[in-house]
Design a protein around this ligand. Structure first.
Ligand code: SF4
Length: 304
């Protein structure tokens, strides 16, 4: 454990505050670096007292020790376990894209978001540098999110057709989203080590929703591949051999002592490359989420 704020349990609770102090800035004057936890950002799940993971072992310890989804999200949102990703997300937050110069960037890990007892979980790759890393909410404030939330709204799984900023009133209905890697990576490519270091956050999230989730949608091949070992860790039974990722591909999982069925669905990621080239269309996304809704809710209304 490191850090000047080590508490009796050995966990450092001063991540962003320490960073701001080292930079000679008070937390509220640390514009351009990560948002200090508990400083008023809409829906910020953390406070200055939230323990910070500084390495893979601490991620595992804090993820397993999170009693609630709220505690888990808070701990995810202050994690500093991957030096390259911490440096990148804060660098992006400091330098910003020209069109967002006037905005404060979140610059922290982007935790899972949505219904705490979902029937549908959507797993993506990682936050976008100027999307989730700017707004603090997954798939929020970028083109991929525009496509995704548009489809979720048409399929009755999101309250609004767009998701532009934390605190914009958007809600997921019976649905939750999480990223396989919670920090924006350079070139959208986390390393295998970063993927593995982050995996316990996703495993703990899956374990918390194992009693209610009916459908898991993996957005893209990375999320599909990354999900398998994490699902196993979280207690899901997986088919063998592992089917390859494909759009519309399905795999039947089970979970719990009663072997309750859970459907794993593959979906192309609505990245700009995929949507510009027509590899993904609005209709293709709608087909996936209509299938997910039907499998998860039948004739029920999501979120009711
Ligand atoms: S990628 Fe995951 S494990 Fe690595 S610093 Fe971000 S939240 Fe922590």
């Amino acid at each position: 454990m490191t850090g000047t704020g080590a508490a009796p349990d050995g966990l450092d609770r001063t991540g962003s505050r320490q960073q701001a102090d080292e930079a000679g800035l008070a937390p509220d004057r640390a514009a351009g670096t990560a948002v200090p936890p508990g400083s008023g950002w809409p829906d910020d799940p953390a406070t200055m007292a939230t323990p910070v993971a500084h390495g893979a072992d601490e991620v595992t310890e804090l993820a397993r020790g999170s009693a609630t989804m709220a505690e888990l999200a808070a701990r995810q949102s202050v994690c500093r376990a991957c030096p390259r990703l911490v440096s990148w997300r804060e660098q992006v937050a400091a330098h910003k894209r020209r069109s967002f110069q006037a905005e404060r960037y979140w610059g922290r890990p982007v935790p899972g978001w949505g219904d705490e007892r979902p029937r549908i979980l959507i797993i993506g790759l990682a936050p976008a540098a100027h999307g989730g890393n700017r707004t603090g909410r997954i798939f929020t404030g970028d083109r991929s999110g525009d496509w995704l939330f548009g489809s979720l709204h048409r399929c009755g799984l999101a309250a609004q057709p767009t998701s532009v900023a934390a605190g914009d009133g958007q809600r997921l209905l019976g649905t939750r989203m999480a990223a396989a890697v919670r920090c924006a990576p350079p070139a959208n490519r986390p390393s295998p080590q970063e993927r593995d270091t982050c995996a316990p956050w996703l495993a703990a999230e899956l374990a918390q929703i194992a009693g209610c989730v009916r459908v898991i949608v993996a957005l893209g091949g990375f999320a599909w591949q990354a999900s398998w070992p994490v699902l196993r860790t979280a207690g899901f039974a997986l088919p063998r051999p592992r089917p390859p990722f494909r759009h519309g591909g399905e795999a039947g999982l089970t979970v719990g002592a009663a072997a309750r069925p859970v459907l794993l669905l593959g979906c192309y990621h609505p990245s700009q490359q995929n949507t510009f080239t027509g590899r993904v269309t609005h209709g293709m996304l709608d087909d996936i989420f209509a299938r997910a809704r039907h499998a998860a809710f039948g004739d029920l209304t999501p979120g009711s």
